[in-house]
Design a protein around this ligand. Structure first.
Ligand code: PGA
Length: 257
């Protein structure tokens, strides 16, 4: 394993530009010197300039939480990958379960976004995950396989620019994370499927776990062999809890070598 663990924060619809500046003033000193993890924060669009300015001179990266698939045009309310890139983003999260379930995004739409974002040179974090009903009906692996295959259709040759976040919908924002061994089983399955898509590049993908990650469960999740990072919602909003998660990742990555 050569890639650094990816410790990513998804702020969702939280924080103003002023609160963004205050956050980084506290957060930056807390994660100074961590070299075995890559730290990414995805704030709301309006906070991106403040975030990019705040992290200048540090290794912290900034990403978007979504984008549209066209470069420009009459798409009221949308943001293009070109805009994200020029604003200083290196990553974009696509296919988050809230985009799928609240905003009705289909695998086809998500795939168009993935293609467009990669074309613009952004790294993509594609989110996949089953609902509680799907899990209880024994559909977890079918759902994940479909979301992966449709989401990555046509970009199989660019897997080295993609990371996947496995986020069981029932674990998001509920305080109840997946059991590490259950998450590990799905992560292993995701790597199997990625190898089918591109045997050369599958190992380059970091498959992150997301869903109620917090300082108290980060170690047990991140110490699973196929969990190569985390996507953190609620616990990324507080500088100290997100920094603790990053430190746990850094310690584990350093000891794994
Ligand atoms: P959570 O959200 O950590 O608040 O559960 C994770 C996510 O939705 O990315």
């Amino acid at each position: 394993m050569t890639e650094k663990l990816l410790i990513a924060g998804n702020w969702k619809m939280h924080k103003t530009p002023r609160q963004t500046v205050e956050y980084f003033e506290q957060f930056k000193p807390l994660v100074k010197g961590l070299e075995s993890v890559e730290i990414l924060i995805c704030p709301p669009f309006i906070d991106i300039p403040a975030a990019v300015e705040s992290v200048k001179g540090s290794p912290i990266k900034i990403g978007g939480q979504n984008c549209f698939y066209e470069k420009e045009g009459a798409f009221t309310g949308e943001i293009s990958p070109v805009m994200l890139r020029e604003a200083g983003c290196e990553y974009v999260i696509l296919g988050h379960s809230e985009r799928r379930h609240i905003f009705g995004e289909s695998d086809e739409v998500i795939n168009k976004k993935v293609v467009a974002a990669l074309e613009e040179g952004l790294r993509v974090i594609l989110c996949v995950g089953e609902t509680l009903q799907e899990r209880e009906s024994g559909l977890t692996f079918t759902v994940i396989e479909t979301q992966l295959k449709l989401g990555l259709s046509g970009v199989e040759d660019k897997l080295d620019k993609v990371d996947i976040a496995y986020e069981p919908v029932w674990a998001i924002g509920t305080g109840v994370a997946a059991k590490p061994e259950d998450a590990e089983e799905v992560h292993r399955f995701i790597y199997d499927k990625l190898r089918e898509l591109n045997p050369q590049k599958a190992e380059k993908v970091r498959v992150l776990y997301g869903g109620s990650v917090k300082p108290s469960n980060a170690e047990s999740l991140l110490s699973q062999p196929h969990i190569r990072g985390v996507l953190v919602g609620g616990a990324s909003l507080k500088p100290d809890s997100f920094a603790q998660i990053a430190k746990i990742g850094d310690t584990l990555a350093t000891s794994k070598g």
